[in-house]
Design a protein around this ligand. Structure first.
Ligand code: MTE
Length: 321
């Protein structure tokens, strides 16, 4: 097994999660085509563009919620993805996501709310003013990007449906389209991909209901037509292509908790002091910064400690990883 901190680590190398996936699939006796783990293929790169092609999505630029870090190039954000419904290779989402059916699309918001509703994607998008926010995204696999997202705080939608006193957690359910998603048949995870947040995390203004990237509609591989982005948590918390947002009294078991409970916890706050059982989380590789660029230190809460650390006061973050 190749450790992610080896020098000379290359984007197309097998990543730790993929290594784990190989093992899991072998255990299940599934024959895994090596190409699925080979990372971004040349055909994936050819299938994507150098600049945005989707419809423009005008939005106010938010200085308050944006980092001044150098933004990752569009090509990297749209060709180096994790979206396991399309396969485990970083290039698989860009190769296959074009087949995804993006309209009609509705999102159901229900559970512990006074006003459950199903909103058409175009109505959902108009629910609050859109902002462009440049966030750091730190993947659990120890790479990161800086991404200009367009959306609004999820809190706007949650307030709109009027949560009851029972609403302590939120579960995000993402779409399953077996015909368009070759990874679904491989049973890489138990679909649909489920993620969740505690209610106060979901209500935090940084938690972004996201419709756009680089000032345009989200490309399918990045979670079109709507995803959530939680910048102080590892990337896997940010569920793509949402179809349901469910409020409930109990903590949900997310897809990654179910698949590997020792490795992926519910909180998944970015924390350089708590290593993953199989690799360090102390540093990260900024995707797009050049092959020989030095790794950079990972910051507690991905650099958002000032905004969010109070949510976890008194909690043992080693235990609640
Ligand atoms: N959402 C779904 N539905 N399926 C996935 O496999 N992968 C997660 C997250 N959301 C995933 C998902 C992981 S592991 C990461 S790091 C981020 O999406 C990656 O987002 P990006 O490809 O837009 O950078």
């Amino acid at each position: 097994m190749r450790h992610v901190e080896d020098t000379g680590f290359h984007p197309s190398d097998i990543t730790p999660e993929s290594v784990w996936l190989t093992r899991r699939q072998l255990l299940r006796g599934a024959a895994l085509a090596p190409v699925a783990l080979a990372g971004a293929s040349s055909s994936a790169r050819a299938a994507t563009d150098a600049s945005p092609t989707g419809a423009a999505l005008p939005a106010e630029k938010s200085l308050k919620w944006s980092t001044s870090d150098t933004v990752t190039p569009w090509r990297d954000i749209t060709t180096y993805n994790n979206f396991y419904e399309f396969g485990t290779g970083k290039g698989d989402p860009a190769t296959y996501a074009g087949k995804m059916q993006l309209r009609p699309w509705a999102v159901q918001i229900d559970g512990a709310v006074r006003r459950p509703m199903t909103l058409d994607i175009d109505d959902l998008r108009k629910l609050a003013p859109l902002e462009e926010r440049i966030y750091r995204l730190r993947c659990v696999e120890a790479w990161s990007m800086v991404i200009p997202w367009t959306g609004y705080s999820l809190a706007h939608l949650l307030r709109h449906v009027e949560p009851t006193e029972e609403a302590k957690y939120v579960t995000f359910t993402t779409v399953v389209q077996p015909k368009a998603m070759p990874g679904v048949a491989e049973h890489i995870l138990d679909w649909p991909y489920l993620e969740g947040l505690r209610m106060d995390e979901a209500m935090h203004p940084l938690t972004l209901l996201t419709f756009g990237l680089y000032g345009h509609d989200l490309p399918a591989q990045d979670g079109a037509p709507v995803r959530v982005v939680i910048p102080w948590k590892y990337g896997f918390k940010s569920g793509k292509s949402l179809v349901r947002i469910h409020l409930q009294p109990t903590q949900p078991t997310t897809s990654w908790m179910r698949a590997a409970p020792r490795e992926y916890g519910f909180y998944a706050n970015v924390n350089p002091a708590v290593p993953h059982p199989r690799w360090s989380q102390a540093t990260e590789r900024r995707v797009g910064s050049g092959f020989f660029a030095a790794r950079i230190p990972t910051l507690p809460f991905n650099g958002y400690a000032e905004e969010v650390s109070s949510l976890y006061q008194g909690m043992d973050l080693r235990r609640y990883f």
